[in-house]
Design a protein around this ligand. Structure first.
Ligand SMILES: Nc1ncnc2c1ncn2[C@@H]1O[C@H](COP(=O)(O)OP(=O)(O)OP(=O)(O)O)[C@@H](O)[C@H]1O
Ligand SMILES: [Mg+2]
Length: 143
């Protein structure tokens, strides 16, 4: 699909970079003149995806997270969050509300939140090689 602008960021899976990533996406998305609600939804979805990389993809050591945002022609923000971590064996199971391998600290709602806050969510993964989360959000056109 054609795009009119893009940005790519790469950063280590330090917890401090979760706030950085969601702020960076919000700054990039600002050119689409999003509503506060749209911006809040996008920030939350990015936060969930990046937190998953920090917590699950690289549980023992720091690894690389790649974040790519594109603006598609139909006022859609396209976001990819990619890691080269442990991967997910069963994606269908991982997407289920309340499913978590993170113990009592986590609620298993990250993918459910991403799905409900964004227009689409696609997950691809290869155990031992990493995970890619691809989200899109179509924004309203304000006059
Ligand atoms: N990037 C990733 N790499 C490896 N496993 C992942 C990744 N993202 C998610 N998972 C797996 O999918 C499960 C579900 O993720 P989800 O974000 O829905 O819930 P959670 O992270 O466990 O809890 P919450 O997001 O509510 O704190 C995780 O528990 C983990 O097993
Ligand atoms: Mg999560």
């Amino acid at each position: 699909m054609k795009f009119s602008n893009y940005m790519i960021l790469e950063f280590p899976s330090k917890s401090t970079n979760e706030a950085f990533a969601r702020s960076a996406v919000a700054c990039f998305a600002a050119q689409l003149d999003p509503t506060l609600e749209e911006l809040g939804d996008i920030r939350t979805a990015v936060s969930e995806a990046v937190t998953n990389c920090i917590v699950h993809a690289y549980p023992e050591e720091l690894g690389t997270i790649i974040l790519r945002c594109r603006i598609l022609k139909d006022n859609t923000l396209d976001i990819v969050v990619k890691d080269k971590g442990v991967g997910i064996a069963d994606i269908e199971q991982a997407r289920r509300p309340s499913y978590t391998t993170g113990g009592s600290e986590r609620s298993g709602m990250g993918f459910t939140i991403m799905e409900s806050f964004m227009s689409s969510l696609e997950i691809s993964s290869c155990p031992g090689k990493g995970t890619t989360v691809h989200m899109r959000r179509k924004l309203s056109r304000r006059q």
